[in-house]
Design a protein around this ligand. Structure first.
Ligand code: FAD
Ligand code: FES
Length: 429
């Protein structure tokens, strides 16, 4: 072989290697681009402002998964309506300090402190993270605008915080939130079939679970039962349609309770009516499923009791309520003491800041209810021990809980929305 032939072969090999590298590079770029397509518009559109300092520092700025303490400022990088009626809007949040975002567990939520104009103090509200934790460029929440209830008296104001997000919070604005938290999470270590059951905006934590399962190429058998009124309320229609088409292990049942003539059976939805346990039973085989529920209270109650009757163990049914019903019982006030037939075991509850002393007995469900029915205001959001908004220092005494709180808290504090006295109490309120 002549020297020039060897040089030609060498040259050809170099060209082949470079071409191969280019092809591999293109492939990787295409994979990333299609991944971005799944998440909407490219994240490169986000321009992050110069680094600011968070109000409180992270416990460690080197470990990405460490959560921050206190509030942290986020810029709304993008807003996007998620349904035809435009009453559900997603907010893409990027940290103002430009530090890495800690991971979270699919199903967890953020707690915001929002400067609503209608009241002196900021409003604290929780919103579920609606995207998979595999997406680490932003946090996404999806907020439903809450009008005044249909049967409410005239002049009842619409929802404060949802109104703030829809009417006031614009792209570029800053909002403050505490770190992700919550116990309503997908069991990420399990391989069992998983059933996600959502009503209305209750889809948000389940979307995070669904997207995580898809992003991690889970081979678990996955079912999504999702109920809404009709096509105009259907959240993330295109995304769900794509998932149904492209993921063979995801089975989807969409039910419309009030389909309009524009709603196409078998194209937009499968079932006319509500999601029921009868429907779920009719399509699921076997009984080794993990169930995750989030939606209106009535739907969750009926599905939970139906599943229990079917024989599903309580540990396999996990649920989250966005809002527990407001207290219904009215208790009269007399000299700071509740007038009820006092039962043995009644306790004295002192609110140290106002000096009010109330008597609690078994006719009253929770400390929150006791306070509210006696005109004592207490910050609260979920009313179900999830969010920590009502966290109050307990300077004396011990409490019991109506059900175990999802929100962890230190000794010497309590969550009055689900707490009952076990002894006389002094609350720092
Ligand atoms: C863990 C968790 C996760 C959540 N995730 C989401 C989520 O992903 N997306 C989402 O949209 N929501 C979510 N929520 C619910 C959210 O936190 C808020 O509760 C919801 O947005 C309503 O808050 P608001 O301030 O808009 O309404 P509020 O101001 O709290 O009002 C609530 C309702 O009461 C009515 N009202 C006000 N005053 C009166 C009165 N005097 N008499 C009668 N009615 C009255 C209002 O009109 C409104 O309909 C979640 C809640 C929790 C606890
Ligand atoms: S109001 Fe949410 S924990 Fe009490």
């Amino acid at each position: 072989m002549t020297t020039s032939t060897i040089a030609e072969i060498g040259g050809l090999m170099i060209i082949a290697a470079v071409t191969l590298q280019l092809l591999m590079g293109l492939r990787a770029m295409r994979a990333r681009a299609s991944e971005r397509g799944r998440h909407g518009s490219a994240i490169t559109e986000f321009s992050v402002e110069p680094a600011g300092r968070p109000e409180t520092a992270t416990t460690s700025n080197s470990v990405e998964t460490v959560l921050w303490m206190g509030k942290r400022k986020f810029r709304i990088a993008r807003r996007m309506y998620e349904n035809e009626s435009q009453d559900i809007c997603s907010y893409y949040l990027v940290p103002l300090d430009e530090r890495a975002l800690p991971g979270f567990r699919p199903g967890q939520f953020l707690t915001f402190e929002l400067p609503v104009h209608e009241q002196e103090h900021p409003a604290m509200r929780c919103y579920s993270l609606s995207e998979s934790p595999t997406v680490d460029e932003y946090y996404r929440i999806s907020v439903k605008r809450l009008p005044a209830p249909a049967n409410a008296p005239e002049n009842t104001p619409p929802g404060l915080s949802s109104g703030f997000f829809h009417d006031v919070a614009l792209e570029g604005d800053i909002v403050e939130t505490f770190a992700p938290t919550g116990q309503f999470c997908l069991d990420q270590g399990s391989n069992r079939p998983v059933v996600l059951i959502a009503g209305g905006v209750g889809l948000t934590p389940l979307l995070s679970m669904l997207n995580w399962l898809i992003d991690t190429r889970s081979e678990r058998e996955i079912w999504l039962f999702y109920g809404v009124r009709n096509r105009s309320d259907h959240i993330m229609y295109d995304h769900l349609k794509r998932v149904r088409k492209e993921c063979p292990n995801v089975n989807m049942y969409i039910s419309y309770s009030q389909p309009t003539p524009n709603c196409r059976p078998r194209v937009d939805y499968n079932v006319h009516g509500h999601i029921t346990v009868d429907l779920i039973q009719s399509v699921l085989g076997g009984d080794q499923y993990e169930f995750y529920l989030c939606g209106p209270a009535a739907m969750m109650n009926s599905i939970r009791s139906g599943l229990t009757e079917w024989g599903v163990p309580a540990d396999d049914i996990r649920s989250e309520a966005f809002q527990a019903p407001a207290p219904s019982k009215q208790t009269s006030v007399a000299d700071g003491t509740i007038e009820t037939d006092e039962e043995p075991g009644a306790f004295e509850v002192k609110f140290s800041r106002s000096g009010r002393i109330l008597r609690w007995n078994k006719g009253v469900d929770t400390l929150l209810e006791l306070a509210e029915s006696n005109g004592i205001k207490m910050p609260c959001s979920c009313r179900s021990g999830n969010c920590g908004t009502c966290l109050t220092r307990l300077t004396q005494g011990t409490v019991d809980y109506v059900h175990p709180p999802s929100k962890e808290h230190e000794d010497g504090s309590c969550l009055p929305c689900i707490a009952r006295p076990k002894s006389d109490l002094v609350l720092d309120l």
